[in-house]
Ligand binder design. Structure first.
Ligand SMILES: [Zn+2]
Length: 204
């Protein structure tokens, strides 16, 4: 999908991990720009996973290599990404999602495991945790689980598709004044409005 780019070129990073995955496809160059894909090589996926070690866990012994396994991991990540894009789009429009997307994301999320254990005393408040993901598939499962939590939790109210013309990114409106995915989109829209007004003023 689109031309390739590095993960570091993403205009918006550090959102919810499910949005950060979807936002690896973006438009460079505004309204008449081109669609760019930041996940086209196993190395891109390795970099994306490393950038989300705080929320999704560090990937330990099984890094994403440039081999068949790495390419398979990349393909399953981009499949999840495409499904999440359709799910987010349906959610912001208030439309029902494609049942195949719901089923696939549920299946991926089910691979995420967390545990509940007895505390040291043997009774009382339980301990909860998740094991660090050891494979890209485990990170994918966590990403899917995070998406389920997002689409079924209170943060759903904050979910927005950036309204700037030509932009395809999603964000959480965590601040009431956040109208765009990024300052870049806000600037672009203001400049376009300004030049349109000037254009109208100059018309006979
Ligand atoms: Zn935007």
């Amino acid at each position: 999908m689109g031309v390739s780019a590095g993960v570091t070129e993403m205009p918006v990073r550090g959102e919810h991990p499910a949005l950060d995955l979807v936002n690896t496809v973006f438009v460079r160059g505004g309204l008449r720009g081109q669609l760019v894909d930041a996940l086209t090589r196993p190395a891109d996926l390795a970099e994306w996973i490393a950038g989300h070690s705080a929320s999704l866990g560090p990937l330990g012994s099984d890094p994403v290599a440039d081999d068949d396994a790495g390419r398979a991991a990349l393909a399953s990540f981009t499949d999840l990404r495409d499904r999440l894009r359709r799910l987010l789009t349906a959610a912001v429009r208030g439309e029902a999602a494609d049942p195949a997307d719901v089923a696939a994301v549920n299946l991926a999320a089910r691979e995420h495991t967390d545990w509940t254990a007895l505390p040291a005393a043997g009774y009382g408040a339980p301990e909860h945790g998740t094991d660090a993901p050891r494979t890209p598939d485990a990170v994918r499962a966590r990403t899917a689980r995070a998406a389920v939590d997002l689409l079924t939790g209170p943060a759903l109210e904050l979910l927005r598709a950036c309204p700037a013309p030509g932009c395809v990114l999603f964000y959480l409106r965590t601040h009431p004044r956040r109208e765009w995915c990024s300052p870049g989109c806000g600037t672009r829209v203001r400049v376009a409005r300004h030049s349109r007004r000037r254009g109208e003023g100059a018309a006979p």
